[in-house]
Design a protein around this ligand. Sequence first.
Ligand SMILES: *Cc1c(COP(=O)(O)O)cnc(C)c1O
Length: 396
Amino acid sequence: MIPYARQSIDEDDVRAVAEVLRSDFLTGGPAVDRFEAALGETVGCPHVVACSSGTAALHLAMLALRLGPGDAVVVPSITFLASANAVKYVGADVRFADVDPDTGLMTPETLQQALNADGPGLIRAVVVVHLNGQSVDMQGIAAVARERGLFVVEDACHALGGASVLDGRRHPVGSAVASDLACFSFHPAKVIAMGEGGAVTTRDPDLAERVRRLRNHGMVRNPADFSERAQAFDAEGMPNPWYYEMPEPGFNYRASDIHCALGESQLRKLSTFLARRRELAALYDEALAPLAPLVRPVPRGPSEHDGWHLYVVLIDFARAGRSRAEVMRSVRDAGIGTQVHYLPVHRQPYYRTADRELTLSGADTYYERCLSLPMHCDLQETEIWRMIMVLRDTLA
Ligand SMILES: *Cc1c(COP(=O)(O)O)cnc(C)c1O
């Protein structure tokens, strides 16, 4: 079975992990610092905090911004559940934004619509999702957010290696130049794998410090930050060696050295991975051209700006006279895995409230047509051609 996504692991990765297993630290050690430094270098951001998953990264971002009950956060409906759930974790309300029907991306216009719509809570932040590895219009969205005094959080889980264009200049996704924080996932389906893992990036040292503290139970160990002086220091003013403080509860969202060693090793191959993904995307474009307009790739901006997490096509199932389920089953019978990214989150039973039946036609239109074809570095070109043939036969 060819999966729609999978990790690409080589002997260097195995060695990097084995080295940690033979070292003194399985967690809380130097591999975490090395991974954070390497990721900061890659995405051009001064502060990086590695954590246990992309979901944890999003939760930490919401906590760091002190969002909570009474607040609301705009989230696009076409995304993974976690983008919205992180808002609920802090007790805030989700306001779903529509997306462009062809790219699945939130736009400045759909953000504005969401800001104008009624709903619970005071809107204080927006989560943008660089779906499939394609960056949203950060400049336009940041302008709308700035005007309303909103925080901007980037869900960059799809977009390691991607870039946003601001004032004609290309900025790596994760540099957080137009946002407060960016969140990554390094689940094996993503561009690099840690097993489970994630990271938060920010240019704000105070936010970074807060994320770091909340990742580790909310514990403070820096004597300069202690508030209970009588407890913290001895008669000579020396900090007591066992002492720590907790101004507010955090979580155990740490990433282990085992995971970070794998992350660092994978990161070294990022440009090779991205080049391979671009190559495969170009091959897909070529192989799919004869199936237009029944099947066409999600339209994109300048392709060098894409992170290439997923290769998504839009299929006119009605015109083909075949349902998506039929198409998925017949390609699966041929040993090919596909997936749908994503079911509109606003339609999930939890978010679908009877009194607020939300209509987001862009999200629905995108969802009705999208199908993610296999995209990963070990995919063979012959497999792509075989897949296109099965697709063509099924839709013919
Ligand atoms: C994968 C993903 C997440 C969650 O990441 P995990 O590491 O699986 O917790 C969040 N948002 C998006 C858009 C994702 O694709």
